[in-house]
Ligand binder design. Structure first.
Ligand code: SF4
Ligand code: SF4
Length: 446
């Protein structure tokens, strides 16, 4: 922890990096985009089993209506983001990479923005189990990017003792500001969502962790929390990857999640601010998740900002609405450090997509981007928040010693934050090597 942090009492973790943050859209209020003429709704927008379609080709649906049901407990349903007619179920590109089955919906021209399907409920009358069921029925997943079903995350295994809900308001990835705007604009819904999540997980305290580059959000939320409440706001150092679960738990509570373990192993459950703000809105109304806030930014975007978009909106439509001047054909869905790059313009915004970035790509003739041999400078070692040895892991990856990477150098503790690649003066794409090595190990194990 740096000297300044000690002096000013800012909580943090060791290692990590300070990339340029480019949070220029932080002052752009959330605006709703016009509906596109077609929505693409993959059945596997979440971790777990894909949803099972409830509609068939040619069927009319209204905004908010369930169009796919959960396949068992480790799955969530899907709801129609707009009124229209089902064109078909087709294989479509997704942010994950491979094509997958999606419900393609032709949106009626002039389709209403009013949600036509809801089942209002009195939240104070619900038991813990009923709240968890309501969360699953809403189709909610982690909106920070992980897309893990929220009801599963809040279900605490009987052998674990969990006391604290950490509410992740760090948004440590450069460019992204949608969570910042959600904290400023939906504070009441967020506090309601935190209370529902505390009931569902039976936690006794909630800590909202916010980086110190968002002091206005910390102030707004402090003003919305009553004195003596079990919910409090804590400011942490602005540093990447402060918003990763393990780092934030360490920063706020000084607890360390063991290798291969979960936050519940140290008495914690973590949820993102966007997820809880939407839960706070949707649960009392008995509605499903049909839209989300994304940051649209980067050079070449004419009207950068934070936009409320229906799920399934294709990249092409957003670029048309936000204005795009440039020749790039590759876009990043999410933050620049961890978000996947996509090239198909009909790739849709899904539940886990927090941003659409158009960044300048260095040309392949650019000498400064050439990959050089490792010079053993140890910058990657000093940057790795998991205290791994990326340099050694990189050398072993080059020799295809994947087993050794996992057994002796804890490859599986790497959560692909990209800090090592970012600092490497030799431009070695370490994180890509680790992603591939883990995939090969998984395949071999299977
Ligand atoms: S990508 Fe993995 S190895 Fe590299 S800094 Fe992040 S956690 Fe460490
Ligand atoms: S930062 Fe790059 S050059 Fe330096 S030790 Fe790590 S891998 Fe080698």
């Amino acid at each position: 922890m740096g000297l300044l942090n000690l002096l000013f009492g800012l909580k943090s973790f060791t290692h990590g990096i300070h990339p340029p943050y480019h949070k220029d859209t932080a002052d752009k209020p959330i605006r709703r985009l016009a509906f596109p003429s077609q929505l693409v709704l993959p059945l596997d927008q979440h971790i777990g089993k894909p949803a099972i379609p409830l509609v068939k080709k040619g069927q009319e649906v209204v905004r908010g209506e369930p169009i796919a049901k959960a396949d068992g407990n480790f799955s969530v349903p899907l709801h129609a983001p707009a009124t229209g007619r089902v064109r078909d179920l087709e294989l479509m590109p997704t942010p994950k990479g491979p094509k997958s089955t999606a419900i393609v919906l032709d949106v009626y021209e002039g389709s209403t923005q009013e949600v036509l399907w809801n089942q209002p409920r009195e939240m104070s009358e619900l038991s813990r189990e009923e709240i968890l069921q309501a969360i699953q029925d809403s189709g909610m997943v982690g909106l920070g990017g992980a897309a893990f079903p929220s009801h599963m995350k809040l279900t605490i295994p009987p052998d674990k003792q969990v006391d604290t809900l950490i509410v992740n308001g760090c948004e440590c990835e450069p460019y992204l500001t949608c969570d910042h705007r959600i904290m400023l604009e939906y504070p009441k819904a967020l506090i309601r969502g935190i209370r529902y999540a505390m009931q569902a997980s039976a936690t006794t305290q909630a800590i909202i962790g916010i980086e110190d580059n968002k002091m206005d959000a910390a102030e707004v939320l402090r003003n919305n929390v009553s004195k003596g409440s079990a919910i409090r706001v804590e400011v942490v150092e602005t540093k990447y990857p402060q918003g990763s679960e393990k780092m934030l738990i360490k920063s706020l509570l000084n607890r360390e999640v063991p290798t291969g373990g979960l936050p519940a192993d140290v008495g914690v459950v973590v949820n993102n601010v966007g997820t809880l703000a939407f839960l706070g809105q949707l649960l009392p109304l008995g509605q499903g998740l049909i839209e989300r806030v994304i940051t649209v930014a980067g050079p070449g975007i004419v009207k950068p900002g934070n936009y409320l978009v229906p799920l399934g909106t294709p990249v092409r439509h957003i670029l048309e609405q936000a204005g795009y001047e440039g020749s790039r054909t590759e876009f990043i869905l999410g933050g620049p450090m961890m978000g996947p790059a996509v090239s198909a313009m009909d790739t849709p915004i899904t539940k886990g997509t927090s941003g659409l970035l158009v960044l300048n790509e260095p040309s392949i003739e650019d000498e400064s981007q050439r990959i050089w041999p490792c010079i053993r400078c140890a910058r990657c070692v000093k940057a790795c928040p998991m205290h791994l040895n990326p340099s050694m892991l990189g050398l072993l990856a080059a020799k295809r010693k994947y087993d050794e990477m996992a057994q002796d150098y804890h490859l599986n503790d790497c959560f692909e934050c990209g800090c090592c690649s970012y600092v490497c003066p030799s431009n070695i794409p370490l994180v890509q090597y680790f992603r591939i090595s883990k995939a090969i190990n998984r395949e071999q194990a299977a």
